[in-house]
Ligand binder design. Structure first.
Ligand SMILES: NC(=O)c1ccc[n+]([C@@H]2O[C@H](COP(=O)([O-])OP(=O)(O)OC[C@H]3O[C@@H](n4cnc5c(N)ncnc54)[C@H](OP(=O)(O)O)[C@@H]3O)[C@@H](O)[C@H]2O)c1
Length: 342
């Protein structure tokens, strides 16, 4: 069966030096799908996940996970249907999710690939790539394990309308925090307020005085900062720390055009000292042993009708590279996905 199929997949052509563009990626067509060996399954993608972390994986420097070399298949998560199985654990028709899908229409997966069955009756299957998957878990652990958010805390979230930011905002609201969004447009901030953020800062229109705009939104200072971006938003928060502030460094998407080069900006040792602040980086995988607890917590909000979620869906595997670039230029509005089939 597999030999009748041909795959389309995206390769990295070269490491970008500044901001990536479409020339750094190549769509390969008519790629043969290998026949299955014992223990393997063949999966047809329904949705592929598009994530900012791929910027770090296409840079030659050290990272927390192995990257893609020029000529290699672009990595990424996906959810799809098992169309052939030589595994005792999966049947044709099963819907599965894996981090190891890659930017392609078909994938052959084996026991080492971390494949999870998805229950299509529980929630839309693509939620396993968003609020019930990696971005949702990241929001949960960032809020509760790293920031240790407490009821009454003022918590600022950058990229607040994105996949992680939407969930962080709603988790914080449900926990009794005063959530403040930072985003690039008023439309995005309006959405953030609809889902529970009490205030917001447009970092583009307020660029002349970002610390002042944050002060207006956080008059008693910032107790928790969920940092998805680094850059000037981070700097503005550092000027507004409350006593014992906790800063969770989750992502550095604003550095997409200068990975591998020194960051620029002021130093904040005095502010950290005076506020007795704590800054901690984290990677969601650090909390793998308690994923179930986090997923149940988020699923509980979903069941009570207390979680809203916006997706930004492009059509067809051929849109993967353009969809990825949208994230780096703030052009996505909600979790960026690519629908491949179904
Ligand atoms: N540590 C972990 O384990 C982990 C796991 C998942 C994700 N992350 C990180 O979490 C962050 C959010 O990821 P996501 O999947 O939820 O993506 P996302 O927020 O849905 O999309 C990326 C967003 O980044 C913002 N952005 C892009 N360029 C920017 C710039 N120069 N300055 C400020 N904001 C900029 C844009 O929002 P605006 O329109 O508001 O600019 C864009 O919508 C990323 O940094 C990602 O790498 C970390």
């Amino acid at each position: 069966m597999a030999s009748n199929l041909s795959n389309r997949r995206w390769l990295l052509t070269s490491y970008p030096e500044g901001m990536p563009d479409e020339s750094h990626f190549e769509l390969q067509e008519n790629v043969e799908v290998p026949a299955l060996e014992d223990g393997q399954i063949l999966v047809h993608a329904r949705y592929l996940s598009v994530d900012p972390y791929m910027r770090g994986r296409i840079a030659p420097g050290a990272n927390y996970a192995a990257g893609v070399e020029p000529g290699g298949l672009m990595q990424g998560g996906g959810v799809g249907e098992v169309i052939e199985s030589r595994s005792p654990d999966f049947r044709e028709g099963d819907i599965i999710e894996t981090r190891d899908f890659g930017w392609q229409e078909y994938v052959v997966l084996g026991p080492d690939n971390g494949v999870t069955k998805v229950d299509p009756d529980l929630a839309p299957i693509q939620s396993s790539l968003s609020y019930l998957g990696m971005p949702g878990l990241t929001a949960y652990f960032g809020m509760f394990e790293v920031i240790n958010a407490q009821p009454g805390d003022t918590v600022v979230v950058s990229a607040a309308s994105g996949a992680v930011g939407q969930v962080a905002g709603q988790l914080g609201k449900a926990h009794g925090c005063r959530m403040v969004a930072v985003a690039s447009s008023d439309d995005k901030l309006d959405w953030c307020k609809e889902i529970g953020y009490v205030d917001g800062v447009n970092y583009r229109t307020a660029a002349d005085d970002l610390p002042g705009a944050l002060k207006a939104a956080c008059p008693d200072g910032v107790d928790g900062y969920f940092d998805n971006t680094a850059g000037p938003i981070h700097d503005a928060v550092m000027e507004n720390l409350a006593q014992n502030a906790r800063i969770a460094v989750c992502g550095t998407v604003s550095l997409a055009d200068r990975l591998g080069q020194p960051d620029i900006g002021p130093r904040y040792h005095r502010q950290i000292l005076v506020a007795r602040a704590r800054i901690q980086g984290f990677i969601v995988f650090d909390f793998a042993e308690t994923y179930e607890e986090a997923r149940n917590h988020i699923a509980g909000l979903v069941q009570k009708g207390e979680l809203q979620f916006k997706e930004d869906v492009s059509e067809g595997v051929e849109t993967m590279a353009a969809s990825f670039l949208k994230l780096l230029y703030s052009d996505n509005f909600g979790k960026q996905l690519v629908r491949v089939s179904g």
